[in-house]
Write a new protein. Structure first.
Length: 220
C-alpha cells in the first residue's frame, strides 16, 4: 500500500492510503474522507477575526476524531497576512495539539523555519514536526534533522534545481514521507517511483520503509 501522507484530493485507489487534510469551510462531510485525517488552520486563511474565534476552534480541534492537527504554520510569502498574526495562531494550534496528546503535527512553512522553531520552543507541544512539501536548504535541513523533524516530499521531487530536491541526500530515509498535496499533475505512484530512483531503492522497499516511518511517528 502506498501512503499518501498529505493530500487535499482523494485518490479513490485501492492501493493508496490517503491521509486527508480537512477543509472546515466545506462542512462536516470532510471528516469522512480518507483513511486518516488532519485538521488545522492554514496560514493562508487567516484574518484578524480569527483571534476572536480561537476558543471555538479549540473546541472543534479537541473534539475532532482526527489523527493529528495540521496543516498549520507560517508563510512569509503571504504578504497580506502579518507574520505576528500567523505566529499567534500557529502557537495556539501547537498548544491545542499538546492538549490533544498528538504525537506529531503537519507543518506548512515557507521561508519561516526560524519562526516555526521559535514558536515550537515557546509551546507546550513536545511531539514531532513534519514539514510537508518541504523546500528547505541543506543547512536548514541538517538543523531540523538534529531536532528530530520529519519531511514530506511531492512537488519538489520534480524540480531538481529546488532547495528541497538538493537537500534530499541529507535526509535519512527513516525521516521521509511522500505526498500529492493539492497537485493533479503527478500521482502518488509517480512520487514513489521518483524517490525510489533518487534514493536508489527498490520501490517495494520504499513502500515498506514509509509505512514503518508512519507507524513510528504515530506511536512516538
Amino acid at each position: 500500500m502506498h501512503l499518501n501522507f498529505h493530500t487535499h484530493i482523494l485518490s479513490n485507489h485501492d492501493e493508496v492510503i490517503d491521509f486527508y487534510s480537512i477543509d472546515l469551510k466545506k462542512g462536516p462531510a470532510e471528516f469522512l474522507k480518507g483513511k486518516y485525517q488532519c485538521l488545522g488552520i492554514h496560514p493562508w486563511d487567516l484574518t484578524e477575526e480569527y483571534l476572536e474565534k480561537l476558543s471555538s476552534f479549540e473546541y472543534i480541534m479537541l473534539e475532532a476524531d482526527v489523527l493529528c492537527l495540521g496543516e498549520m504554520g507560517i508563510d512569509r510569502t503571504s504578504k497580506d497576512i502579518s507574520i505576528e498574526l500567523q505566529k499567534k495562531v500557529f502557537l495556539f494550534q501547537l498548544n491545542v495539539a499538546a492538549k490533544r496528546g498528538d504525537s506529531f503535527v503537519i507543518i506548512h512553512c515557507v521561508k519561516a523555519y526560524n519562526e516555526i522553531i521559535e514558536c515550537y520552543k515557546k509551546s507546550k507541544f513536545k511531539g514531532k514536526l513534519v514539514f510537508h512539501d518541504y523546500n528547505g536548504d541543506e543547512n536548514t535541513t541538517k538543523d531540523l534533522i538534529k531536532r528530530g523533524c520529519y519531511f514530506s516530499y511531492g512537488n519538489m521531487l520534480f524540480f531538481p534545481n529546488s532547495k528541497g530536491y538538493r537537500s534530499l541526500n541529507s535526509i535519512p530515509i527513516e525521516r521521509l514521507f511522500l505526498e500529492t498535496d493539492d497537485h493533479r499533475r503527478f500521482s502518488i505512484f509517480d512520487a514513489y517511483e521518483k524517490l525510489a530512483s533518487i534514493k536508489k531503492l527498490e520501490e517495494g522497499e520504499l513502500i515498506t520503509q514509509i509505512l514503518a516511518n508512519f507507524d513510528r511517528l504515530k506511536s512516538t
